[in-house]
Design a binder for this molecule. Structure first.
Ligand code: EPU
Length: 417
C-alpha cells in the first residue's frame, strides 16, 4: 500500500488547478445508462472512484474511455443489468446506477452498499421512492433486485434530503410516465450539476437546487455533451492547507458560489480571500482563531469538510466546538490527529478542539477519504516528518494530491507499496 511522507512547515505558495467534482462526475457518468449513443463528459477527475464507475459501466456492456479529463462513453449494447458486490464494496456511490438501470431497462440487480467507516448509510429512501414509482423491489443474498415495466411519476417526500437518493430518483424520473415531485430534495451543487446534465440530454426538470424538484418524464433522451463543475471539497481542502501553513495560493477553476459556507467560516478564522477571474486567492498571515461549526446539508457547512476544518482548529488560538450532524461515526480522524499532538475530546456528536501551539509529525493511518485529507492538512503544518499510510483512501477523491501539493512548495513524497 502506498504511503505519503510529508515534511511539515513549508508555506504553500503558487497556483493550483481544481479538478472536476468527484460527486458530480460519478452520477453524470451513471446518467449515460439512460440512453444509447456516444456520450462526451469533460472535466472528469482522474480518481479511483471514477475508475470504479468506469468498471461498473463496462460490466454493464458500455464502452468507456477516460483520457485527459474527458470521458467518452458508448452505451449502445447492455449485456448485463448488475452492479456486483466486488465493485460496490469499494464505492458506495455505485448505488446511483439503480435509478437509470430501472429507467432504461426496467430491471436492475445492484449489491447493497452496506455500512462504511463513517456510518451505517442505509438506502431505504432510494428504495421507498423507486417502489412508489412502481418498481417491484426485493432483497436477495445481499442484492437489491428491481423490476418495472415503465416507471411512473409520483409525489415523493424524503425524510432526509439524501444526495445520492435524490440523484437516483432524478435519473429514474426523467424517463418515467408523468410528473415526479421530490419534496425535501438535496440541494447540493452536485445534484444541480446532474440535473443540468440531464436537461442537456433533453430531460424536463425544474427546481434543481431548491427544496422541491419537479420532473416531467420524456419518452427519450439524447447523449450527453457536458462539462462537470469544479470540486468544491477539493477547493476547500486546499484552502485549509493554505491556512495551516500561513500560505498564499491561487485556486484556479473554482466556483466560489459553491463554497459560501466554507469560505465564510474560514474568513472568520482569519483567512483572506480575493476573487480572481475563475478562481480565488487564499492568504493566511496569522495563527487561526477558533470557530465553531455544525455540519449541515447544503447550503450549510459540508460534512465532507469537517475533518479538514478540525485539523485547522487543532492549531488555532482558543477552543472550537465541532458538531457532526450528517453521519453518526465521522470522527475516525480524531485518534490520528491526536497522534500529531492535537487536543481533541469527543462526546457524542460533538468534538471539542483546544488549539495547541504546534503539531509534531507522526506516523498515522488514513481511514476514509476526508479523514485522510485532514491528516495531510495536519502533516503540512506539523514539525518534522509524518508518514501517512493507506493513502488509497485519498486517491479515491483527490486527483494527483502529491503533485498538486509539490507544485505549491510542500515537501511531500509518495512511497509505492
Ligand atoms: N440516509 C438514510 N437513508 C437513505 C439515504 C441516506 O438514512 O436512504 C442518511 C445517511 O445514513 C446519512 C444521511 O442520510 O446519515 C445523508 O446521507 P446522503 O444519502 O445524503 O449521503 P450519500 O448520498 O450517501 C453523498 C456524498 C458523500 C457526502 C454526503 C453528504 C456522493 C457520492 N457521496 O453521500 O460524499 O458526505 O452525500 O453530503 O455524492 C465523500 O465524498 O467523501 C462523501 C462521503
Amino acid at each position: 500500500m502506498d504511503k505519503l511522507i510529508i515534511k511539515g512547515g513549508k508555506k504553500l505558495e503558487g497556483t493550483v488547478k481544481i479538478s472536476g467534482a468527484k460527486n458530480a462526475a460519478l452520477p453524470i457518468l451513471a446518467a449515460t445508462i439512460l440512453c444509447p449513443g456516444k456520450h462526451l463528459i469533460r472535466n472528469v477527475p482522474d480518481l479511483r472512484d471514477v475508475n470504479t464507475m468506469k468498471s461498473l459501466l463496462q460490466n454493464l456492456g458500455s464502452g468507456v474511455d477516460v483520457r485527459d479529463s474527458v470521458a467518452v462513453v458508448e452505451s449502445d449494447g447492455f449485456k448485463k443489468h448488475e452492479a456486483p458486490y466486488e465493485l460496490v464494496k469499494t464505492m458506495r456511490a455505485s448505488v446511483v446506477i439503480l435509478g437509470p438501470l430501472l429507467a432504461r431497462l426496467g430491471k436492475a440487480r445492484v449489491s447493497l452498499p452496506g455500512g462504511c467507516a463513517i456510518g451505517a448509510r442505509p438506502i431505504n429512501l432510494h428504495l421507498m421512492a423507486l417502489e412508489k414509482m412502481g418498481a417491484e423491489i426485493s432483497l436477495d443474498s445481499g442484492y437489491v433486485l428491481g423490476r418495472v415495466g415503465r416507471l411512473k411519476g409520483t409525489d415523493i417526500y424524503l425524510d432526509i434530503p439524501t444526495v445520492t437518493g435524490t440523484e437516483n430518483i432524478l435519473m429514474a424520473a426523467v424517463l418515467a410516465k408523468g410528473i415526479t415531485r421530490i419534496d425535501n430534495a438535496a440541494m447540493e451543487p452536485e445534484v444541480v450539476d446532474l440535473a443540468n446534465a440531464l436537461i442537456s440530454m433533453g430531460a424536463d426538470i425544474r427546481g434543481a437546487g431548491e427544496r422541491v424538484i419537479e420532473i416531467k418524464g420524456v419518452d427519450e433522451l439524447r447523449p450527453l455533451d457536458y462539462t462537470v463543475i469544479p470540486d468544491r471539497i477539493e477547493a476547500g481542502t486546499f484552502m485549509t492547507a493554505a491556512a495551516v501553513t500561513r500560505g498564499n495560493i491561487l485556486l484556479e477553476n473554482c466556483r466560489v458560489d459553491h463554497l459560501d459556507a466554507i469560505m465564510k467560516k474560514l474568513e472568520e478564522t482569519g483567512v483572506q480571500f480575493e476573487h480572481a477571474g475563475n478562481g480565488v486567492a487564499v492568504k493566511m498571515s496569522s495563527r487561526p482563531e477558533s470557530r465553531d461549526i455544525k455540519t449541515m446539508h447544503y447550503p450549510g457547512f459540508p460534512t465532507d469538510m469537517q475533518a479538514q476544518f478540525m485539523a485547522l482548529m487543532s492549531i488555532a488560538g482558543g477552543t472550537s466546538s465541532i458538531i457532526e450532524t450528517i453521519f453518526e461515526n465521522r470522527y475516525m480522524h480524531v485518534a490520528e490527529l491526536r497522534r500529531f499532538g492535537a487536543d481533541i475530546r469527543v462526546e457524542g456528536h460533538t468534538a471539542t478542539v483546544r488549539g495547541v501551539g504546534s503539531l509534531k509529525g507522526a506516523p498515522v493511518m488514513a481511514t476514509d477519504l476526508r479523514a485522510s485529507a485532514s491528516l495531510v492538512v495536519a502533516a503540512l503544518c506539523a514539525e518534522g516528518e509524518s508518514v501517512i499510510d493507506r493513502v488509497y483512501h485519498i486517491d479515491r477523491g483527490y486527483e494527483g494530491i502529491e503533485k498538486k501539493l509539490t507544485g505549491l512548495g510542500a515537501d511531500i513524497m509518495r512511497i509505492k507499496g
